[in-house]
Design a protein around this ligand. Structure first.
Ligand SMILES: [Zn+2]
Length: 119
């Protein structure tokens, strides 16, 4: 199986069949684990349901990444705008909003560079 990494920490994950069409994904690095159900009747017993479980995890992973990134960016911006309200030009010569957004973008592009080099 070629599984995408954990969307929370980027760690390697394992997937196993736990019975009754349930599949479980565990992160090796952080405490994240998730379970989902794949219809063997619909997708085929054995390889069919394993392929569907793999496809579903890999799809979910990238969608969750994007949602998490958007949420994080919003949270950072909100916090920064909130902070700016209480700070005058005298003690904040550089805009914290600009600073934090640049820092965030740099972190995100570093992350995607890392993902691309991992294949
Ligand atoms: Zn993890």
């Amino acid at each position: 199986m070629n599984l995408k990494p954990c969307p929370f920490c980027g760690g390697e994950v394992t997937m196993q069949y736990t019975g009754s069409s349930d599949w479980e994904v565990d992160c090796k690095t952080c405490p994240v684990e998730t379970k989902f159900w794949v219809s063997a009747q619909k997708h085929g017993y054995g390889k069919g349901e394993a392929d569907e479980a793999e496809r579903r995890w890999n799809t979910r992973s990238s969608e969750a990444d994007q949602r998490d990134a958007e949420r994080l960016k919003e949270a950072i911006s909100d916090a920064a705008y909130e902070w700016e309200k209480y700070v005058t030009e005298d003690n904040a010569p550089v805009s914290l909003v600009t600073y934090m957004e640049r820092a965030f973008d740099a972190a995100m592009s570093a992350q995607s560079d890392k993902e691309e080099s991992n294949g």
